[in-house]
Design a protein around this ligand. Structure first.
Ligand SMILES: [Zn+2]
Length: 311
């Protein structure tokens, strides 16, 4: 029997990657192009379909399905985009129906962070772990929770918003209306805002600039990094206490300087989490890998066929 082949689509705000992936997670062929959101989603679907046809032409088997990871919010069950900041004009667009019609094979959708986490669970650092948690620290804090190889679903299929669990109710206001949410204290912008407030006479520095300065031992940058690390550690310790994960993986922009943050995070987990076997939770930093998004999208398709239906 010929291999199962999966069409994998990774839709970002600036770039769309399309690939052909085997059931073993091998990316056989891929290409990418700019998203051009101003041309509308239908134009992108046509380009994706054309790319899939071109990439499949040289393969020995047809596609069994298509997995999509897309910058969110997206509804994985209706296939529709929510109010996506980077994709003007895509709101309410049903990408599953459009791709299924254009390619003649069924499709499944997750937001790109969950797709990435599914791929890491199947073939990467979280291979087979349950629960497996990926914390992405960037402009916000996104958390993907994978249990038994499936994305955790709340009521009505909802995605938990762990970046908005409150760490300090006297903390800064958050975009969600609450105060002291985890991402208002420990994301990249939270670190930049705090550093700017401490040194109002200096030019504002980006997270990457603060990390670089902290690595040279500059006291004000070091203070911003240490504060961020402490809040990251508190949130991660909460996740360890709540879910007792087998593997908790860290990803995202500021984790490129993970050596600045990881020791404090590990110490915080060590100092708390008394009632769970924290020594059995592996906390690690994900390596960046250009093809991880496509493998994740492929796993969206593979895992969806095993997922219990929500009635
Ligand atoms: Zn919030």
């Amino acid at each position: 029997m010929a291999d199962t082949l999966i069409g994998a689509i990774d839709i970002g705000g600036t770039k769309i990657a399309v690939g052909i992936v085997t059931a073993q997670g091998q990316v056989l062929a891929h290409q990418s192009f700019s998203t051009q959101p101003e041309q509308g989603p239908q134009a992108s679907v046509q380009r994706i379909a054309q790319a899939l046809i071109t990439l499949t032409n040289n393969q020995s088997a047809n596609l069994s399905g298509i997995g999509i990871g897309a910058t969110g919010p997206v509804n994985p069950f209706t296939g529709r985009f929510g109010a996506v900041e980077f994709l003007t004009g895509w709101q309410d667009y049903d990408i599953i129906a459009a791709l299924t019609a254009a390619c003649g094979v069924p499709a499944a959708l997750e937001n790109d962070a969950d797709a990435y986490a599914l791929g890491e669970w199947r073939w990467g650092a979280g291979r087979g772990a349950s629960p497996f948690i990926v914390v992405t620290v960037g402009t916000g804090i996104g958390v993907s929770l994978i249990t038994a190889g499936q994305v955790y679903r709340g009521v009505d299929g909802a995605h938990p918003e762990i970046g908005h669990h409150i760490i300090d109710p006297s903390g800064p206001p958050c975009t969600c209306g609450a105060h002291g949410c985890w991402e208002s204290l420990a994301s990249g912008p939270a670190m930049e805002d705090w550093a700017a407030r401490q040194s109002p006479s200096l030019p504002r520095r980006t997270g990457a600039e603060l990390c670089a300065a902290a690595l040279t031992g500059e006291p004000s940058a070091l203070a911003a990094v240490q504060r961020t690390a402490r809040y990251l550690g508190l949130g991660i310790a909460n996740l360890v206490t709540l879910y007792a994960p087998q593997v908790l993986a860290l990803s995202g922009g500021i984790m490129r300087s993970s050596e600045l943050f990881l020791p404090v995070i590990l110490n915080t987990v060590q100092a708390t989490c008394a009632y769970v076997p924290k020594e059995k939770t592996r906390i690690l930093v994900l390596e960046s890998d250009a093809l991880a998004g496509l493998r994740g999208a492929a796993q969206v398709w593979l895992s969806r066929s095993d997922e219990p239906k929500i009635e």
